[in-house]
Design a protein around this ligand. Structure first.
Ligand code: ZN
Length: 420
């Protein structure tokens, strides 16, 4: 594949970019809280919704505060103007973000003389919108039910490496907290009961540069039962402010009856570097909170692999395979095998233990404003590597082969106590 890709000429690349044959699906995660990366100021949000999930935020709750002095390290006036247009046109924050994405991309397309109307661009809002729009016959619901068994829980723990696994949780009913780090959720040994503690400890929400705020939960504890039929689960998704564990959510990408099944997942920076001997290592200098993509994606691809192999949720997986609903292989994961060259030399990391490094989470329009050419940005962005599952697990210090073996054996029983 690499040889084929390298033989493509510049003209062919431009042709493909101008009129793509394959649709682009932009995955918009609606399960994060606005404070998560401390870059939310464009949306002028009601302070009461800062730790609610994006999916819950409607037009009555954004565009409310006076325009804040913009963090010019992160955003440009063009970003602010785009956000204002997006907010006026949208009814929910999710829609506003999709419009922002489209208008920003249009700036780049224009510079390359590309008409955005020729690009088949779709948005996938996950997980809540995808779950509600899918009906109660969706195979994802059946997989989700089979993960919620004592055996499923134990296999999930092995695959993800989570001591206290959780798959499904919901917001704190007392304070509305929706952030998954503050909510300590546990699936109990019966595979059905979920306990949640809205933790009162301080949690940091910060951008890569190191600016941010702390938030705490309200110390409320609650529990609930996972519904036992697809119909009841579908109703639960319609009514509750729920959240899904990342690895579980990504199972939708290997099910043909979900709204999309991509060939590959573009993940850009995984917090990995390549040593001179060609081996991959974790990037020790990566800022904490930005390197967790590797953990999440390893769990997600591992879970896909073991569902397809019928080592977890095995009976439903076998049935879906017979019905040709389940893809025969996990999605390909593409990411950088060294720190991205698409970084911002003007802003450096402040909370890093190691060397001071340029950040890469500032606005792309800022780079344009500073005179970077679009083709230079494009070239800096395309340094992708297709990660194998063996590689991903070995970066965690684990072996895929021994995990395979452990999932063959009769699962042990037991429960655990504390929450990380
Ligand atoms: Zn709470």
């Amino acid at each position: 594949m690499k040889t084929d890709l390298l033989s493509i000429t510049d003209d062919e690349i431009m042709d493909g970019l101008s009129k793509p044959d394959i649709a682009i699906v932009a995955n918009l995660d609606t399960d994060v809280v606005p404070l998560r990366y401390y870059k939310h100021h464009l949306w002028r949000l009601d302070p009461a919704v800062l730790t609610k999930r994006v999916t819950e935020i409607t037009s009555e709750q954004y565009g409310k505060l006076p325009s804040p002095p913009l963090n010019r390290d992160y955003w440009t006036l063009a970003d602010q103007q785009i956000a204002e247009i997006a907010m006026q046109a949208a009814e929910t924050l999710v829609q506003a973000k999709a419009i922002q994405y489209y208008l920003t991309l249009q700036t780049f397309a224009k510079a390359l003389a590309i008409d955005m109307q020729n690009i088949p661009l779709y948005f996938n809002f996950i997980p809540k919108e995808e779950m509600i729009d899918g009906d109660s016959m969706s195979s994802f619901l059946k997989v989700l039910l089979e993960l919620h068994t004592p055996e499923g829980r134990i296999a999930y723990r092995k695959i993800t490496g989570l001591k206290n696994p959780w798959i499904l949780t919901k917001s704190c009913p007392q304070c509305g907290q929706g952030d998954k780090r503050i909510l300590c959720s546990k699936l109990m040994g019966d595979g059905k009961t979920i306990t949640v503690h809205c933790k009162p400890q301080e949690f940091f929400f910060r951008n890569e540069q190191g600016n941010g705020v702390t938030r705490t939960g309200c110390d409320h504890r609650f529990s609930f039962q996972v519904p036992t039929s697809p119909e009841a689960l579908h109703e639960f998704f319609q009514q509750e402010n729920f959240s899904l564990h990342f690895a579980t959510r990504e199972l939708t990408t290997i099910l043909k009856d979900s709204c999309y099944t991509p060939v590959g997942l573009m993940a850009t920076d995984l917090g990995v570097v390549t040593a001179t001997d060609g081996h991959l290592h974790k990037d020790a200098q990566q800022v904490k909170g930005y390197g967790d993509h590797l953990e999440m994606l390893t769990s997600a691809l591992g879970l896909q692999h073991f569902v397809i192999g019928e080592k977890i949720a095995g009976s439903i997986a076998a049935r879906l395979k017979r019905q040709r609903v389940l893809l025969p292989a996990p999605v390909l994961l593409f990411g950088y095998r060294q720190r991205t060259a698409l970084c911002d030399p003007e802003v450096t990391t402040a909370v890093n233990k190691g060397a001071v490094l340029p950040v890469f989470d500032t606005s792309a329009l800022k780079a344009v404003e500073r005179g970077w050419s679009i083709s230079e940005m494009f070239q800096r962005a395309v340094r992708l590597h297709a990660f194998s599952l063996e590689e991903l697990y070995s970066l965690k210090g684990k072996s895929l082969a021994s995990l395979e073996q452990s999932l063959q054996q009769h699962p042990p029983t037991g429960n655990s106590a504390s929450c990380k």
